[in-house]
Design a protein around this ligand. Structure first.
Ligand SMILES: Cc1ncc(COP(=O)(O)O)c(C=O)c1O
Length: 396
């Protein structure tokens, strides 16, 4: 009998991939599915980025690179952070990794073990809780409230810190809610963290460039008093439509970068060389493709929020960033998982149940609006039709 390690039993997953597989299976049967489930830009990677990777291969960049990433790329990351956040980062503190997720995995493994508590957002990206459990640590949810635009309250976060807390995970702009934590809340949090020097912070800012209505994305790197224990998670996947390239980076404080590099050497050695050259082109190239993509998301956001609010039983807050909306669907009379399943199987619309993002998501569905206005319009019509057929059946 093969016996896996006990920790394998607690490893979770990302339902988005399961919904995607089911949607593809239904399509293969000839069904028409509108996919508002998947969390990736529907735009192609800008051509100058693709060309940089092709050129790198033609130029013979086919070997290993330094484990932490080629120096020119790490310098480009530092320059980008200076441009976006007005913070000085040493390229020596940048660790280029295959996707945003790796910084999350490494920081949780670095701090998590039995007896330790790790705070994480709920509803939040499901991999946080999964890897916390995998590490043996205890996940302690930080609730995000619809009434507060899905921000946390700094007071509440600070009150959850105990002597056993080693890591606090933050995510703004957020998946699945689109919430953006206001600067005043971050100011309060950073000030309060000064009283808890044993707590490191992993700030997932992968949607940092996708914010609307002038909503300000404030990086945790901007707080000097806690800077020596902040790990920044960022990457290319969302900003440059590069999810399949597997390109991300962490900025690690001086006392953690060595351990993070050792994890990288033990895990993946280095990131695909050609993709790293593409990463340089993305950071140093024209900003226009990013601006255009964000403008398209902004237009879709207007449309989908209004349309969801007009559906019976739905109530949809206006997200400040990312490309998700997280309407409250309690008024439909369905629980989230049942509605997810009905919408996919009967209405042909893929969405993700809020419970996939934690216990506090049970009254919600996540819609990704990384799809065309036409596709979103079609999805809304199908849902309206589906709910209409239920009239008199308990919709509140
Ligand atoms: C909040 C958040 N962090 C990290 C990631 C992972 O990004 P990547 O695909 O670069 O690993 C995602 C992807 O959906 C995300 O939503």
């Amino acid at each position: 009998m093969l016996q896996m390690a006990g920790r394998m039993k607690v490893l979770g997953t990302e339902t988005a991939f399961e919904v995607l597989a089911r949607a593809k299976a239904l399509e293969a049967e000839g069904r028409s599915i509108v996919n508002l489930g998947i969390g990736q830009p529907d735009f192609p990677t800008p051509p100058h980025i693709v060309e940089a990777a092709a050129k790198a291969l033609r130029d013979g960049h086919h070997g290993y690179t330094p484990a932490n990433g080629i120096p020119q790329l790490r310098e480009a990351v530092a320059a980008d952070l200076l441009r976006r956040h007005a913070v000085e980062v040493s390229p020596e503190h940048v660790l280029v990794v295959p996707g945003g997720k790796v910084t999350m995995f490494f920081s949780i493994l670095m701090f998590g073990e039995p007896g330790v508590e790790i705070l994480y957002p709920n509803p939040g990206f499901p991999i946080y809780e999964s890897v916390i459990r995998f590490s043996g640590a205890t996940p302690v949810p930080v609730p995000l409230y619809e009434s507060a635009g899905f921000s946390f309250s700094a007071e509440e976060v600070l009150a959850k810190i105990t002597p056993r807390t080693r890591l606090l995970i933050l995510n703004s702009p957020a998946n699945p809610t689109g919430g953006v934590v206001p600067r005043r809340e971050l100011d309060r949090l950073a000030a309060g963290l000064e009283r808890h020097p044993h707590v490191a912070v992993m700030s997932d800012e992968i949607y940092g460039e996708i914010a609307y209505d002038g909503a300000e994305h404030v990086s945790l790197l901007r707080y000097p008093s806690i800077r020596d224990r902040v790990i920044l998670l960022d990457g290319w996947s969302k900003t440059y439509a590069m999810t399949g390239w597997r390109m991300g980076y962490g900025v690690w404080p001086e006392r953690l970068i060595g351990a993070a590099q050792r994890l990288a050497i033990n895990c993946h050695s280095c990131v695909n060389a050609a993709a790293q050259f593409a990463g340089i082109a993305a950071l140093q190239g024209p900003r226009e493709p990013v601006r255009q993509m964000v403008a398209a998301f902004a237009e879709r956001r207007e449309m989908i929020v209004a349309a969801l609010n007009a559906l019976p039983g739905f109530r949809c807050a206006r997200p400040g960033g990312a490309f998700y909306t997280f309407p409250n669907i309690a008024g439909t009379g369905y629980d989230a998982r049942a509605l997810q399943s009905k919408l996919l199987e009967e209405a042909g619309v893929a969405t993700i149940a809020g419970t996939s993002f934690g216990t506090f998501g049970e009254d919600y569905l996540r819609f990704s609006y990384a799809n065309s206005l036409d596709a979103i319009g079609e999805a809304i019509e199908r849902i309206r039709h589906f709910l209409g057929n239920l009239s008199g059946s308990g919709i509140k």
